[in-house]
Design a protein around this ligand. Sequence first.
Ligand SMILES: [Zn+2]
Length: 134
Amino acid sequence: MAKFCKNCGLEIKEGSLYCEKCGSPVDSAPVVNQVPTTYPSQPTYQGVPNKTNSLAIAGFIVSLVSLVCCSPAAVISLILSIIGLNESKKCANEGKGLAIAGIVISVIALLFLILIICIYAIGIFSIYDTPYYY
Ligand SMILES: [Zn+2]
């Protein structure tokens, strides 16, 4: 049972998968089905380093600690969290939420710190002021 090329009409020898004349694949040839389309979707996830995550986590933890302790380390955690956010944008999305939380907490901690400094400053000024009321 002879096959004919659907492109040029040439008779194709039994067993050959391509037309001798124009090179187009023979109709009903199994070659077309062999193209692996389900293969390359394997995730290359494991190669992504944990660096982004650890930066975001570190920023988050330092920001929490500096919020509780009212420490100037909030500056460090703010920087760590911003770097972590940038890194998480580049790579996987992991750690992005943590980085944003770290930035927010750092800003709150810094605002608290500034508030406390202001209160102390007002306190110091009021001490300086008191001699005038003698
Ligand atoms: Zn042909």
